[in-house]
Design a binder for this molecule. Structure first.
Ligand code: SER
Length: 315
């Protein structure tokens, strides 16, 4: 029986993954942690306010709930990280180190998300291989590469069962992302429903990997349930569901909202970050080693996003 702790449980991924984990493993077996107070359905099950850069605070939660698996989602995203690189390093690396140290001492498995941000301008942009050049130019990417290596180190050196995914941009409709470069791909759907138009901060033609949240949740659960004897990679698997630019998403939205207008006001910081990331990763290692297969492509995702948002926003 798994007993799980989720850090960053109020974030974009955490708020949905926590509920999925509770549905799968039992409400009382998943303790949600965040630096903020519980909101919404997360308060229906165990919740602990904790700063996950604090090793003692993490250890206390693990002990109290007899946790054996930590989903470590707390992190500062790419654009916010550029605004304060020193803090991004302290939070992203400090929290991961604290989680791994607790996992080492208490024999916990660890899920650590990496990102397309772990690649850089020297990486092949198309069919980006699982094992390739990783020289990111954003501080976020630097923390992601260091995190991948640290997780592998804790596995090799101490036997910690650490596993991870290189997530693409995640598109969702429950909790907004905050401070990421791929956030436009979420905002475009909200604005399409609310106002019929959207101004993108990334330029037309900026192609990036993306994934709908149900697939991201599925991937995070499946990689942790995978048979370890089949894993020759661990930290971290390329996973993607589509490769799209703002025009592709707009065209998909126009099938449902024909008058939707997309225009552009480029943010040089986020454009620079996006330009340094791959256009389309090769995720065949994940497919081969643990059976990864996304359920949603662009059209199915758009249909679902618009249905949910129209219902919620009453349009
Ligand atoms: N969605 C993240 C970001 O844009 C990438 O991992 O920062």
């Amino acid at each position: 029986m798994k007993r799980i702790m989720v850090t960053g449980a109020l974030g974009q991924i955490g708020s949905e993954l926590t509920l999925a984990l509770r549905a799968r493993y039992g409400l009382d077996n998943v303790v949600a942690c965040d630096i903020r107070d519980a909101v919404g359905h997360l308060a229906d099950g165990p919740f602990q306010r904790a700063d996950c850069t604090d090793t003692a605070a993490i250890a206390a939660v693990v002990d109290r709930y007899e946790v054996d698996t930590i989903y470590h989602l707390a992190s500062i995203l790419s654009a916010s990280a550029e605004a304060n690189p020193q803090r991004a390093w302290d939070v992203n690396m400090g929290a991961l180190m604290a989680v791994l140290e607790v996992a080492r001492a208490r024999d916990c498995a660890v899920f650590n998300p990496s990102s397309i941000g772990a690649f850089g301008p020297g990486t092949p942009a198309l069919h980006t291989p699982q094992d390739t050049i990783q020289r990111p130019t954003s501080i976020y990417g630097i923390t992601k590469v260091a995190g991948e290596l640290l997780c592998d180190y804790y596995h090799q050196r101490y036997g910690v069962d650490a596993r991870g995914l290189r997530f693409p941009g995640i598109i969702s409709n429950v909790t907004l992302p905050g401070g990421g470069t791929t956030d436009y791909a979420v905002a475009i759907y909200y604005k399409a429903v609310e106002e019929g138009r959207y101004t993108s901060f990334l330029r037309a033609g900026t192609r990036l990997d993306m994934m709908y949240m149900p697939d991201a949740v599925k991937a995070a659960i499946e990689v942790m349930e995978a048979d370890p004897s089949r894993l020759s990679h661990r930290n971290a698997f390329n996973v993607t569901a589509m490769s799209v630019d703002p025009e592709d998403i707009a065209a998909s939205i126009r099938r449902h909202i024909p008058d939707f207008v997309l225009d552009y006001q480029i943010d040089p910081v986020r454009q620079g970050i996006a330009d340094s990331w791959p256009d389309h990763m090769d995720d065949s290692a994940a497919r081969y080693e643990w059976g990864w297969s996304p359920a949603f492509g662009l059209e199915a995702m758009t249909e679902d996003m618009l249905r949910v948002l129209r219902g919620r926003l009453g349009r």
